[in-house]
Design a binder for this molecule. Structure first.
Ligand SMILES: [Ca+2]
Length: 157
């Protein structure tokens, strides 16, 4: 079971994702060139240089204390300069996932990232942040095929 709704953006809508992009990105759901699918999330930079984080959030609800695994795909395009670092961070209720940092650069194509963390039961804010270091106007961050699944339930307590 994937705890995330619309994890592959195939509805063509941003709902139920919350997006924080400020004036720094043009956000859309393109209908082609996703990862193994048509639709994907796209954020194209409207300013150059370092930018505040691009955020995707969604509320998830756990029924018991569980260890969960997140996987997703990111692609950076829009520049021939492969030195522009884009760092992905994952948070739950503002606490970082363990092993949740990934650096992605233009020219790598779709790159998979994953991280594991423990969720207590209840409702939580899942937050995927990308920090873009340097880079020109037009640099595009694409995301697709997110998955948040239970690895094991903590039944010992
Ligand atoms: Ca997709």
């Amino acid at each position: 079971m994937n705890y995330l709704e619309d994890p592959s953006f195939e509805t063509g809508s941003l709902d139920p994702w919350g997006v924080s992009a400020g004036p720094y990105y043009d956000v859309s759901i393109p209908t082609s060139n996703g990862h193994n699918s048509a639709h994907h999330f796209s954020a194209v930079r409207t300013t150059s240089g370092d930018t505040p984080g691009l955020g995707l959030t969604q509320t998830v609800t756990m029924e018991a204390d569980t260890v969960v695994l997140f996987t997703g795909w990111i692609r950076v395009t829009g520049s021939d300069d492969t030195s522009y670092d884009n760092r992905v961070n994952l948070y739950l209720d503002n606490q970082p996932f363990s092993n949740a940092n990934l650096d992605v650069y233009p020219g790598q194509g779709w790159v998979q990232f994953s991280a594991q963390s423990t969720f207590p039961d209840g409702s939580h804010s899942f937050y995927l942040q990308t920090l873009s270091f340097g880079g020109p106007v037009g640099l595009e961050l694409s995301y697709d095929d997110f998955s948040l699944t239970v690895v094991c339930s903590d039944s010992a307590t």
